[in-house]
Design a protein around this ligand. Structure first.
Ligand code: FAD
Ligand code: NDP
Length: 592
């Protein structure tokens, strides 16, 4: 500020050089109230205390000339006069104060354009709009090689979590129908399952979700473009809709949340004859004898519910089950699935798929090769490829704007989800080093929007994120696997407490006694801090969600021991774990 300058000029300089400028008096209670409000909103402001500067009264006179306001506080935001304390609080109560402060000066069509209307993109766009940003979402589903497409909402809603969990539930019901006979229900022996009816019900639910997302965007005044978006230059997107109609739109910031799509192995017949999870959940005919290729989340979950629904199901495993997960639990999942009718071909990959018969389903011959070089051949009605997913980051013009990608095609971002191009952000399945889970994409999208438009400071925490594999016996976990804990802390510093258990509900049904399993991985030198939580059993997702807050807050084994259980539940097993793995003692359940 020009020292000793003209007061009017000084006032202008203060206003122009500060986003939020408060002309104040140090003893004024209204001024202090306004400052407290800005502090509570994490808004940085500059306050000039007119009673503490030499030329305070001249400045106040110049301010009156400029703003017509005689009193303090006298507030300017982004160079515009707002008013005094009442006006500030009134603006805040209408939810308009933060948007006013955060409004960037630009001439683009939008403040934020989100590419991808899935978990991360929708969460970010709705949050940004709530904070006053002008937002558009582009979402477009490229059909699968079989021609399957779906509506707004991304992978989770249409071809992921939602239909998967509902099919898992359909299989669980089948198992419980059998249990129910032991509880006195007169269920006939020949109950059958109708695949098409299940698919119809699930697709109808998904349709209502798709509609709900459109309405939510409309209500929040987010523009929805059902169009494929490509970067033309750093601030311009070319969008092309289903009819090929093109439109150019510009924005100040961009969020890439384009998710991933199933990968096809480079073998003859893969794209022609196989399907993926993108086709399975809307398959209009029963799949029949099915082969799943791959041994991670998707392959095992789909194999689990298909076998549960009564289909002859085989999984072709290249190496291990559930890479990255606790291998003891992964193997127990495999054993349980095998006991419940799923066949496993271990150490093999497919090399050729041939059609034997056309039809719905058709019949296909699959030739595979084991690691020992042996050939395995069998025939299946349906082949589902679940060999991983590729990020949708090619063909969207990222090369035109120099967004840096990792070798696997994922976007390299910093801990604030900012890419190598400062106004381009990325969240969800496409970020390098992230986690391919819906709630993670949602959290990252929301927090990013709050940081961009609401003065938020929180970053997404990718550590100790709980997850669940919805295999017939669900597997919930949070934190480190036993192997990861040993690698990180050394075997000598790890104590593993574990137990088999039998849910009370399974006793009457005469289910096997020791299929379910609970395990805590603890670090001895850190007061037995629990760094790994693992549960294999019914409702594992519900159990894990609750306990994961304990891990986030640094719970120790003693905290678990001091927790009073809820009886009779399965989760209470975690309050009474007293057998260590090192002791080699029996972990079979000891009754109620
Ligand atoms: P997505 O939800 O995939 O959304 C991306 C959207 O962008 C899509 O609609 C896509 O069509 C669109 N798009 C792509 N490119 C463009 C473009 N250029 N222009 C316009 N639009 C474009 N997670 C869980 O937490 N729990 C589960 O139980 C679970 N189960 C799953 C089961 C299966 C079978 C699968 C496949 C995934 C599962 N997931 C699960 C993972 C979860 O679905 C994803 O992590 C989540 O959907 C990722 O969200 P996203 O916002 O990154 O992308
Ligand atoms: P993953 O990348 O996790 O696993 C791929 C699987 O396919 C591995 O078993 C891998 O074997 C195998 N594989 C890879 N290439 C070949 C090949 N050429 N031939 C045979 N097998 C092959 O992918 P998913 O598709 O299962 O899951 C993707 C992500 O989606 C997960 O990481 C997860 O985050 C998310 N997801 C979450 C769910 C949930 O929360 N419940 C459910 C489903 C998905 P190898 O081990 O030998 O490499």
């Amino acid at each position: 500020i020009t020292a000793g300058g003209d007061p009017a000029q000084q006032v202008d300089e203060y206003i122009q050089s500060n986003k939020v400028m408060i002309f104040s008096k140090s003893y004024c209670p209204f001024c202090n109230k306004v400052k407290t409000l800005f502090k509570s909103l994490d808004v940085e402001y500059t306050a000039l205390e007119l009673d503490q500067v030499d030329n305070g009264s001249e400045i106040q006179a110049a301010l009156i000339d400029k703003s017509g306001q005689k009193t303090v506080p006298n507030i300017y935001i982004n160079g515009e006069h707002l008013g005094g304390a009442d006006k500030t609080f009134e603006t805040h109560s209408r939810g308009e104060l933060l948007p006013l402060i955060n409004k960037a000066k630009h001439n683009y069509d939008y403040d934020l354009i989100v590419i991808g209307g899935g978990s991360g993109g929708l969460a970010a766009s709705k949050q940004a709009a709530d904070l006053g940003a002008k937002v558009a979402v582009c979402d477009f589903v490229t059909p699968t090689p079989k021609g399957t497409t779906w509506g707004l909402g991304g992978t989770c809603v249409n071809v992921g979590c939602i239909p998967k969990k509902l099919m898992h539930q359909a299989a669980i019901l089948g198992h419980e129908l059998k249990d129910s006979r032991e509880y006195g229900w007169g269920i006939p022996e020949d109950v059958t399952h109708d695949w098409s009816k299940m698919v119809e019900a699930i697709q109808s639910h998904i349709g209502s979700l798709n509609w709900g997302y459109r309405v939510a965007l409309r209500n929040k005044k987010v523009d929805y473009l059902n169009a494929y978006a490509t970067f033309e230059d750093p601030h311009t997107l070319r969008t092309v809709d289903r009819r090929g109609k093109e439109k150019m739109i510009t924005s100040d910031n961009f969020l890439i949340a384009t998710g991933g799509r199933p990968r096809y192995p480079d073998i003859p017949g893969a794209k022609e004859y196989c399907i993926t999870s993108d086709d399975l959940f809307s398959l209009p005919y029963a799949p029949g004898k099915t082969l799943l290729v791959g041994a991670s989340y998707i392959a095992l979950e789909c194999a689990g519910f298909l076998a549960g629904l009564g289909y002859d199901t085989t999984v072709m495993v290249r190496s291990i089950l559930l890479r990255g997960f606790d291998q003891q639990v992964a193997e127990r999942i495999g054993t349980y699935m095998e006991q419940h009718g799923v066949k496993f071909i271990r150490g093999a990959v497919p090399t050729l798929i041939e059609q034997i018969e056309e039809g719905s389903p058709g019949l296909y011959r699959v030739t595979g090769k084991t690691t020992e070089g042996e050939e395995v051949v069998d025939e299946y009605n349906t082949i589902i490829l679940a060999v991983g997913r590729d990020p949708c980051t090619s063909g969207i013009g990222l090369e035109n704007i120099n967004v840096e990608l990792a070798k696997n095609g994922k976007v390299i971002v910093d801990n604030a989800e900012r890419s190598s191009v400062p106004h381009v952000y990325a969240v969800g399945d496409i970020i390098e080093g992230g986690l391919e889970l819906t709630p993670v994409a949602i959290q990252a999208g929301k927090l990013l929007a709050k940081r961009l438009y609401g003065n938020g400071k929180l970053l997404t925490d990718y550590v100790n994120v709980p997850t669940t594999v919805f295999t017939p016996l669900e597997y919930g976990c949070c934190g480190l696997s036993e192997e990861e804990a040993i690698n990180k802390y050394g075997e000598g510093d790890i104590e593993v407490y574990h137990s088999n258990y039998i849910p009370l509900e399974h006793t009457i049904a005469h289910r096997p006694e020791n299929d379910c399993y609970a395990k805590l991985v603890c670090v001895t030198s850190e007061n037995e801090k629990v760094v790994g939580f693992h549960v294999l059993g019914p409702n594992a997702g519900e159990i894990t969600q609750g306990f994961s807050i304990g891990l986030k807050l640094g719970a120790t084994k003693a905290d678990f021991d001091n927790l009073v259980g809820i009886h009779p539940t399965t989760a209470e097993v975690f309050t009474t774990l007293n057998v260590t793995k090192k002791s080699g003692q029996d972990v079979n359940a000891q009754g109620c």
